[in-house]
Design a protein around this ligand. Structure first.
Ligand code: SAM
Ligand code: DTB
Ligand code: SF4
Length: 329
């Protein structure tokens, strides 16, 4: 069952895996997947935007950045009771994890207090909790952990080199620092990236290498396909070859064998066959629900039908009950 987890990948090794013939890559990824996970099970998360729009950061892909005119209105932080009601619906719909997202560079302490209350409400429903609130101090990470937060989502998005052409208001090292605070506080990390932003194959390899060479592999690795939104700087980017997307998933699976790899944003624009290839390449997690944060997600009935046709079942799991092996790796 267990192969040794590596944290010392070299650039040329990762690139070699990424560029091998497609069938060889998928075969390798599926073989690794079967050694570490039940082959026909998938983890299902639901997203809720608890504070939408008006973000001071200038991430070139993001409809919530105040730097772009995308029609997304800036809202208030949702009250914990309303978050709880949305989480109840998500649980009813079969989600095992509830992820709360806020369009912040970093939370203010008063805002964090309210998010901690919301985490308590969601946790009380028996759901796994996840939040993505921007950069955190070590103290803020500890407060979230004490409130019962299981996962913190904080993506590195791309390679260190390409990052500067996508975001100018923070650095790659800022991102890595928050991830280390989250790990030090004892929370699980959800960290991945976006592809289809005009990056090169080398950038994708470097992003995956950075993730795999963290002192502990992120327990959850979301791979997002860029959702192009009118008004953002990246709208109009030439769409990438879908097989390159599948390759990215496969390499994530091979490099981080114990991690859940999430076929994340962008599913709405993918056909069933492409999604099935992603599952074959080792993706074993999705977002369900009608919306991601501000953009539409794949239709829930279509998802149910797709999983039925493929014989894939949602996993029921609580973070408190299952110890992910990579927590100690
Ligand atoms: N503000 C916080 C942050 O940046 O960490 C949390 C919310 S932010 C919207 C969460 C993640 O959503 C980003 O890191 C990015 O990877 C992803 N994302 C945002 N816009 C996207 C888009 N148009 N397509 C795909 N992924 C996107
Ligand atoms: C992640 O990697 N993808 C999700 C979640 N983590 C927070 C967000 C996707 C956002 C897509 C654009 C939108 O809906 O605003
Ligand atoms: Fe703000 Fe996060 Fe969007 Fe960047 S990705 S603009 S930090 S909400």
């Amino acid at each position: 069952m267990s192969t040794t987890l590596r944290h010392d990948w070299q650039s040329d090794e990762v690139l070699e895996i990424l560029k091998q013939p497609f069938s060889d890559l998928i075969f390798e990824a599926q073989s690794v997947h079967r050694q570490h996970f039940p082959p026909n099970q998938i983890q299902v998360s639901t997203l809720l935007s608890i504070k939408t729009g008006g973000c001071p950061e200038d991430c070139g892909y993001c409809p919530q950045s105040a730097h772009f005119d995308t029609g997304v209105k800036s809202g208030e932080l949702m009250k914990p009771e309303l978050v709880r009601a949305a989480a109840e619906n998500a649980k009813q719909a079969g989600a095992s994890r509830f992820c709360m997202g806020a369009a912040w560079r970093s939370p203010r302490d008063s805002e964090l207090e309210s998010v901690c209350d919301a985490i308590g409400e969601v946790k009380a429903l028996g759901l796994e909790t996840c939040a993505t609130l921007g950069m955190l101090t070590a103290d803020q990470a500890e407060r979230l952990k004490a409130a019962g937060l299981d996962y913190y989502n904080h993506n590195i998005d791309t390679s260190a080199g390409f990052y500067k052409s996508i975001i100018s208001t923070r650095t790659y090292d800022d991102r890595l620092e928050t991830i280390s605070h989250v790990q030090a506080a004892g929370m699980r990390v959800c960290c991945g990236g976006i592809v289809g932003m005009g990056e090169s194959r080398e950038d994708r390899a470097e992003m995956l290498r950075t993730l795999a060479n963290l002192s502990r592999h992120p327990e959850s690795v979301p791979i997002n396909m860029l959702v192009q939104v009118a008004g953002t700087r990246l709208d109009g980017t030439t769409p990438m070859d879908p097989f390159e997307f599948v390759r990215t998933i496969a390499v994530a699976r091979i490099l981080m064998p114990n991690s859940f790899v999430r076929l994340s944003a962008g599913r709405e624009g993918m056909c069933d066959e492409l999604q099935a290839l992603c599952f074959l390449a080792g993706a074993n997690s999705i977002f369900s629900g009608e919306k991601l944060l501000t953009t539409p997600n794949a239709d829930a009935d279509d998802d149910e039908e797709l999983l039925r046709r493929l014989g894939i079942k949602p996993i029921e799991m609580a973070a408190s009950e299952v110890d992910t092996p990579s927590m100690t790796a």
